[in-house]
Write a protein that binds this ligand. Structure first.
Ligand code: OAD
Length: 257
């Protein structure tokens, strides 16, 4: 194990294994965007310390008070618009480019779009996208960029041309995950990756824990990058307890392609 290496020490045996890596699965969470100035959800300064998720991130909250939910999302959207990808996002995009088409997938719980803005092409956004909206109701039909609709602050919630109320196209607590990204992940994992990297997530959801640990049982290296310990840490071959923007470029420099 390689827990808590302050200098990001990478053991010779891990370096040797990283050399031969050709297929990579990455799972990210809010922590990878912290260095871009976007707060995480849990922990000191976290979003859920200031706002109650039951008032902003459930279908019931939206039904009760869609104006309040939209105002909150528009505030987050403004903050995210100003943010830039950081070295963690860029390291992931660069590794995908080096490995070549089809050899890497980044599955993210983030809705900020920063992986794509950094240049990652194979991204599975399992919790949706904050820059999109869709009509309320079950399913994920009718998604469109929020820039395509007129958002009148005095006339929230926005509606489409048919008069249906529009909601942010993100996944809220108690909702199903979108089927497209899930299929993408399961198809990618059907050919076992050599390396799984889980970065910047508390890994609180069982599906995240499963995606992180399943490939390891089939021989993949499992690396975690997170200043704190998580439920995945005991399973990791190496756990780097430092910021993703520092750790990921260093780790990926040992992958020789
Ligand atoms: P969390 O806020 O739960 O966790 C962020 C993790 O990132 C924590 O474990 C931090 O220790 C770690 N972290 C902080 N700074 C970091 C850095 N610079 N580099 C690496 N790690 C860092 O965020 P998620 O795990 O993404 O869902 O949360 C998962 C889901 O719960 C979110 O998608 C959202 C949330 O409630 C919904 O809204 C449905």
């Amino acid at each position: 194990m390689n827990h808590g290496s302050p200098d990001l020490y990478i053991a010779p045996e891990l370096k040797r294994r990283l050399c031969g890596v050709r297929r990579v699965f990455v799972l990210t969470g809010a922590g990878v965007s912290v260095e871009s100035g976007i707060p995480a959800f849990r922990g000191t300064g976290g979003i859920w310390g200031e706002w109650n998720p039951e008032d902003y991130a459930t279908p019931e909250a939206f039904e009760r008070d869609p104006v309040r939910v939209w105002q909150w999302y528009l505030g987050r959207i403004e903050n995210i618009r100003r943010a830039e990808p950081n070295p963690a996002h860029r390291a992931l995009a660069e590794l995908e480019r080096r490995l070549g088409p089809g050899a890497m997938l980044t599955a993210t719980q983030n809705v900020d779009g920063l992986h794509r803005r950094a240049g990652s092409g194979a991204v599975a956004e399992i919790h949706g996208e904050i820059f999109k909206c869709r009509p309320v109701g079950p399913g994920f039909m009718g998604e469109r960029p929020i820039d395509e609709i007129d958002i009148d602050m005095d006339g929230l919630p926005p509606r489409d041309a048919e008069g249906s109320v529009l909601r942010p196209a993100v996944v809220w607590f108690g909702e199903y995950l979108p089927p497209g990204p899930i299929k993408t992940i399961e198809e990618f994992l059907s050919i076992p990756p050599d390396l799984v990297v889980i970065a910047g997530t508390t890994a609180g959801f069982p599906y995240v824990q499963d995606w992180a640990t399943r490939p390891k049982r089939e021989g993949a290296i499992l690396i975690e990058v997170n200043p704190d310990m998580t439920l995945v840490t005991p399973h990791a071959d190496a756990a780097f307890q430092c910021p993703a923007g520092e750790a990921l470029p260093r780790i990926f420099s040992h992958i020789e392609v």
